[in-house]
Design a protein around this ligand. Structure first.
Ligand code: TXA
Ligand code: MG
Length: 321
């Protein structure tokens, strides 16, 4: 059994695994991460192997102390300091010019490195005890749904991980927002748990990098990166009609807006709270997989605040089918 409650004792055990070059899946406020010692290239290589992740896809370094950012990156811009002051620990990843010490395998040969400080006690304690930054992608096989519960990690990666620390459900539920700093400008590479509006309130206008399949700036931008194993489409009279003989799972936003003969239906947030909707998103998609529906139909939502991250994941998932 490699799934353990995230008690102090088990976090200590997990940190020993990290220190000796093994892999630990651990909770963060966004999604579960698959962690290795970020300064040990051989340990990091195991992540790519187990996830079946293309090696051109760089990883995020997770730190437990804001000051550590200086150990791994070069920057001098007060706006970066104010982002960190305001939003760390939290769902914001900064991509900055890397220092020599960061292994090539972490950055996939880029001269930049992605760093974030997660807002989760288990993650922070694990990083702290390990005494090293932890390189971690989401703890799922490449191209599959991100895990927001320990059970999801077990389903996707099973016994390939040395240890899965169970810290309950992830509160944010979508991955961190990724911001690239280049030529004194900020570029939004991936919408995520921190909204663009909040970032712009703190540092002014930022640029949005639109998705390009040929030349992804962040491989999270590959068009079908966040897909469930079951076909997913947006909900409409037409998609209902053309799938009427199938077992349909429907995901509504705040209430049932179309009646139909559905096999399963779920509501992301009855009160219309985007935070709750984001937190439920991957969980409900995992549930549809477990219920073995044939097709998932999702009601589109407004691309504002966290709605942008939610729709980003859904559009990518829909593109695959
Ligand atoms: O919330 C999160 O960010 C979660 C938790 C575990 O922290 N992690 C996560 O990692 O989503 P991953 O590997 O699934 O997504 C990281 C994204 C990828 O799209 C990767 O391409 C991008 O970050 N990235 C990493 N380093 C980069 C770099 N130097 N330049 C551009 N993009 C980078
Ligand atoms: Mg991922």
């Amino acid at each position: 059994m490699n799934l353990l409650q995230a008690t102090n004792k088990n976090i200590l055990k997990a940190s020993e695994i990290i220190k000796s070059g093994g892999l630990v899946a651990f909770p963060t406020e966004t999604v579960y991460g698959l962690g290795a010692d970020g300064l040990n290239p051989i340990a990091v290589a195991k992540i790519f192997d187990i996830k079946k992740r293309p090696a051109f896809n760089p990883l995020i370094l997770h730190i437990s102390n804001k000051n550590k950012l200086h150990d791994f990156t070069h920057y001098s811009d007060e706006r970066i300091d104010s982002l960190i002051e305001k939003f760390w620990p939290g769902p914001l990843t900064l991509v900055l010019r890397k220092k020599e010490i960061v292994p090539e395998i972490v950055t996939a040969g880029n001269d930049t490195v992605a760093v974030r400080m997660p807002n989760h006690n288990v993650a922070l304690e694990l990083i702290n005890q390990s005494g090293t930054p932890i390189a971690a992608p989401s703890a799922n096989r490449f191209g599959h749904l991100s895990p927001t519960e320990a059970e999801h990690v077990k389903k996707s990666l099973g016994s390939k991980v040395d240890l899965i620390l169970d810290g309950g459900k992830c509160k944010v539920g979508v991955e961190s927002t990724i911001l690239l700093y280049k030529d004194e400008k900020f570029f939004l590479l991936r919408p995520g748990g921190l909204s663009r509006e909040e970032i712009e309130k703190a540092i002014g206008k930022i640029e949005f990098v639109s998705t390009s399949a040929d030349k992804p700036l962040a491989p999270g931008q590959l068009p079908y990166h966040y897909s469930p194993e079951i076909p997913l489409h947006f909900l409409s009279e037409e998609t209902i009609k053309s799938n009427s003989t199938k077992r349909i799972g429907v995901l509504f936003f705040t209430r049932t807006t179309i009646e139909g003969n559905f096999y399963s239906q779920k509501i992301l947030s009855p009160s219309g709270d985007m935070k709750e909707a984001a937190a439920n998103l991957f969980r409900y998609l995992h549930e549809f997989e477990n219920e073995k529906v044939d097709i998932i139909l999702v009601e589109p939502i407004k691309e504002e605040g966290l709605g942008m991250a939610i729709m980003d994941r859904l559009k990518r998932a829909a593109k695959k089918y």
